[in-house]
Design a protein around this ligand. Structure first.
Ligand code: HAM
Length: 417
């Protein structure tokens, strides 16, 4: 039987994982400068956590959750996103008692049972950020600034920053009513999913990608025309901050996001380089979620970047050296294993990636292996060398060779000569 990975779940092989590591290291370095600290919530959670936070009528909950009963019959789910888990951890560990703001980041896999296509997987990875305790729009403006810095570091171009406001408990109901009245006249033109969504949560119709529904939505009323004074002030404040940061953005009143927990600001960073799956990062404010799960009322905001999309966009822009051995330590003769171990460990101690033969093979075959690995240097340990403490070295590309003590060889390696 041939066993393959599951559909929509891919191996990240070493030739690509060094790009992932480069991106992750850059993200960690940057986020830590802004005092975001890493949090690592579990991948499996009570299903209820996602059902209640993301919303019962969203695509994620309706169709895309990996949800099952564990051995005790508890309903559990593979996390489809990180925000709900971080909110749970924040409440469960009473992190609200720590000085505000509390700022977290996470890097890891998420799971959504979507139809796989380029840039859309069932196991994908996010770099996510959540900030708790600040109601001012300076938080989400700084988030867009961080994203801009990050993308600049990765040499990414052609990115568009779009923002919107989804209002709050005070102003959203009147918008919902207006949306309901608008759609009510056109219900027969909506797809069957939207006819059902329309009754439970008309906002979800705005998300629909079915062409018939898009047509209906052409002149749909938009939330920003219904914002209360507080939401308006917040949204203008946010835009003012973006101008201070000199971030070019556009207001897109059709961004509603596929998750129900958002309040006020939402944003998306998109690219024209990825075809249909064009969102590289997205996020927004969720001021009601901590309170909703029983924590103290706490304003919060965050975003997540899709790693696979980021890797796809940046791998050709970045000149990242793949990690491969620089040195091969070979032996000429029997019983030299101990000396090979000593020499190679000194070389590794100096930070050089080094390889050796683990089995008993001829010097000729060792040199062939070294050549295939593309190492820069070969160092040969033989009985004579042990006696004299002078090892033969060979620089593969140049074909130069010589004899030197280990200290001298390490000096040569450092100098790259
Ligand atoms: P999201 O928009 O669902 O938001 O996902 C964020 C990013 O993850 C997307 O922009 C996209 O780049 C990537 N992504 C989503 N689904 C897939 C997939 N199936 N395959 C590949 N990449 C994907 C969230 O998840 C929110 N938790 C973001 C957030 C954090 N909001 C506040 N805090």
């Amino acid at each position: 039987m041939k066993l393959n990975s599951l559909r929509g779940m891919q191996d990240i092989l070493p030739e690509e994982s060094h790009v992932w590591q480069h991106i992750e290291e850059n993200a960690r370095g940057l986020l830590e400068l802004y005092n975001y600290n890493e949090i690592r919530p579990p991948i499996l959670e009570q299903a209820e956590l996602f059902l209640r936070s993301i919303g019962e009528d969203t695509d994620i909950v309706e169709k895309e959750m990996y949800i099952f009963n564990d051995k005790k019959g508890r309903r559990v789910a593979l996390r489809p996103e990180g925000t709900a888990s971080v909110v749970r951890a924040y409440i469960q560990n009473s992190l609200f008692n720590n000085p505000s703001p509390q700022k977290f980041y996470y890097i890891g896999p998420m799971f959504r049972y979507e139809r796989p296509q380029k840039g859309r997987l069932r196991q994908f990875h996010q770099i996510g950020v959540e900030c708790f305790g600040i109601a001012a729009p300076s938080v989400e403006a700084e988030m867009l600034w961080i994203l801009k810095q990050f993308f600049k570091k990765l040499n990414l171009k052609n990115l568009t920053y779009e923002i919107n406001s989804l209002g709050c408990k005070k102003c959203r109901p009147s918008y919902k009513e207006s949306l309901f009245n608008f759609l009510n006249h056109k219900i027969e033109n909506l797809c069957s999913d939207c006819q059902r969504r329309f009754v439970k949560n008309p906002l979800r119709v705005l998300d629909c990608k079915v062409p018939g529904c898009r047509e209906v939505l052409k002149d749909v009323p938009v939330m920003i025309d219904f914002l209360c004074n507080d939401c308006k002030t917040h949204f203008f404040g946010f835009q003012k901050e973006l101008e201070d940061y000199e971030i070019k953005y556009s207001v897109n009143p059709h961004i509603v996001r596929g998750l129900d927990y958002y309040t006020g600001t939402v944003f998306e960073v998109t690219t024209t380089m990825l075809g249909a799956q064009n969102a590289v990062a997205a996020g927004g404010r969720y001021d009601d979620l901590v309170g909703y799960f029983g924590g103290p009322k706490t304003p919060a905001a965050g975003f997540a970047i899709g790693m696979e999309r980021l890797v796809e966009l940046s791998k050709d822009n970045l000149s990242i050296e793949s990690k491969k051995p620089i040195v091969y330590v070979a032996y000429a003769g029997k019983g030299l294993d101990r000396e090979v171990k000593r020499v190679i460990s000194e070389i590794r101690k100096e930070g050089f990636i080094a390889e050796r033969a683990y089995e008993d093979i001829s010097l000729k075959n060792q040199l062939k292996k070294a050549d295939k690995l593309g190492v820069e240097w070969v160092i040969i340990v033989g009985e004579e060398e042990i006696k004299s403490s002078l090892y033969k070295w060979k620089k593969m590309k140049e074909g130069t060779q010589g004899e030197a003590g280990l200290e001298e060889i390490i000096k040569l390696l450092r100098e790259g000569r």
